[in-house]
Structure formats: C-alpha cells, structure tokens
Design a protein. Structure first.
Length: 168
C-alpha cells in the first residue's frame, strides 16, 4: 500500500514539476528585444490600437486561466500536506490543469491569428517570421525541460531506497 501511495505521490511531483516550470503565456512578446515587434511591424495608429486591445484581452484571459491552475495546485498541495490524498481528486485536478494549460495555448494561437488578420501583407510576413522564431525558442525550452525531467526521473529510479533503523 505504501508503494502505491509513493508511486502516486512521485507521479504527482513529477507532473507538477513540469507545471510549475512552465511560464505563463501572455501574448506576443513586445519587450525591448530588437526594438519590439510593434516597431518592426510599423503599425498604423488604428492597427496599434487593435493590436494593444487584442494583447490586453489575451493577457486578461491568461490571468484568469493561470489563477484557476494556481488554485488547483494549492488544493493539491493542501491534500498532500494534510496527508489526505484522494486518488480520484488527485487525477481530477491534474487533468483539469492539463486542460487549462491547453486552453491557454489555444488562446495564444487565437490571439496570434487575430493580430495576423489586422496586418497588411508586408506586416504579415514580418509577424509570421517573428512567430516562427518564438515557436523555435519555445521548442528549445521544451527540449531543455525534457532533459531536466529525464535526469530527475533517472535519479528517482536509480537511487537507493532509504533504510529505516528498526529495533526489534
């Protein structure tokens, strides 16, 4: 029985390690890199207004989804801390978090498409190139994260079990 709970708890930790390490996706980057994508696009005043509105709406949606994920994580943490692990609830919360993360990614894609629709042909080429670069960077993050998780899994599988001092 202890092995079952240890397996479930290990699964929970490994799953949540990847959940905690994922950055919140909050729209297209518009930071100081390369002068910002808005400057590269040379948006009109009207386009810039629509662009900002779309990014704002996406960020607002992302905050809502992220807060739901955080609440689920807190509930999982409480369940573990109270040592009252409900297997059904554990799977329900992890499944819900996975769906919410999928919703967040879908929202980012929808945001990308909505911005794409307000651009002219030259701007669309710049925007597409920029998003391909961002997708490539995301892929790199996923590969690094996968290597880290692999090392943790390898450590967990190859470590020696702890021995308890037992007196009979």
């Amino acid at each position: 029985m202890k092995k079952l709970w240890f397996s479930i708890f290990s699964f929970f930790l490994l799953t949540n390690f990847s959940l905690f390490s994922q950055p919140m996706q909050d729209g297209p980057p518009m930071g100081p890199r390369e002068g910002g994508i808005k400057k590269q696009l040379k948006l009109t005043v009207e386009q810039e207004k629509k662009f900002d509105d779309l990014v704002y709406q996406h960020k607002q949606d992302a905050v809502d989804i992220h807060s739901k994920i955080q609440k689920n994580r807190l509930e999982l943490e409480k369940m573990v801390n109270d040592n009252k692990i409900d297997e059904k609830k554990l799977f329900q919360l992890t499944d819900e978090n996975s769906k919410l993360q999928g919703n967040m990614k879908n929202s980012a894609v929808k945001n990308w498409l909505e911005i794409y629709k307000i651009l002219n042909d030259d701007q669309k080429a710049i925007w597409s190139k920029h998003m391909l670069q961002m997708a490539g960077n995301q892929g790199m993050r996923e590969r690094v994260r996968g290597r880290i998780q692999g090392k943790i899994k390898n450590f967990m599988m190859n470590r020696k079990p702890m021995r308890m001092n037992r007196e009979f």
